[in-house]
Design a protein around this ligand. Sequence first.
Ligand SMILES: Nc1ncnc2c1ncn2[C@@H]1O[C@H](COP(=O)(O)OP(=O)(O)OP(=O)(O)O)[C@@H](O)[C@H]1O
Length: 265
Amino acid sequence: MLEVNHIDKTFLAGTPNEHHALCDVSLHLKKGEFVTLIGTNGAGKSTLMNAVSGTFWLDRGTILLDGEDITYKKEHKRSAQIGRLFQDPMKGTAPDMTVEENLAIAYARSKRGALQFALKKSDSAFFREALADFGMGLEERMKTKVGLLSGGQRQAVTLLMSTIAQPKLLLLDEHTAALDPSAAEKVMEITNRIVKQQDLTTLMITHNINQALHTGTRTIMMNAGKIILDLSGEERENMTVPELLELYAQKNHGELDNDRILFSE
Ligand SMILES: Nc1ncnc2c1ncn2[C@@H]1O[C@H](COP(=O)(O)OP(=O)(O)OP(=O)(O)O)[C@@H](O)[C@H]1O
């Protein structure tokens, strides 16, 4: 479904702050695969997601989505095929518009690539049903402005906005990190349900090493702009958190003590 082939990105090339953020990264995700992405601060995780979303042009390499070469496709055009959530629940929503209006915009944009929307009765019933499925009482808050919702409620709405038209790919950039533990758990439960229901190909960044091992079907670890570990199947199932940390240390020449603190267990 997603094919990232030998991509490279250097920021501020030719300046004293030059940074090689992605170094020959290749990553293939099969349809329905749910991959967690972990790594220390500055490893290049968000940059990889930005590359897939089309935030910048690559220096080298190609990106294919469902067989289509999207390497030179503009970001706003990719957004109809790629749903993305960020740590900040306000990102991607219009806080002064109601839940229903935000959903209608997302729905219209994904269908026609347009910002104009008309709130149809049938769409409204569809949104209500989808929100009721979350079990957060959001179906009763359809006329509430999004800015007035709690972080967890907002992230649930954003999740629905990003998946309402069944994108080809879902990118989750630490989307539960800013929430309190119970809201994070609820949003993660909804995420798992939507991913399963829609058989969505998903890439999720997390700093929680336990979550990285036990959510989804595959775990990838990045360091210094490279993928250094790719775990799936039995190897992943049998892996414990201390073993994964140890493996990380081996790959990084014994830097475990410094890096361990950057992962929350
Ligand atoms: N637009 C940019 N301009 C300059 N440098 C950038 C830009 N985007 C990312 N970088 C640099 O690339 C490196 C990787 O950043 P990135 O945000 O991908 O890391 P990350 O693995 O997501 O880290 P974190 O877990 O802290 O979010 C960092 O050193 C960052 O400063």
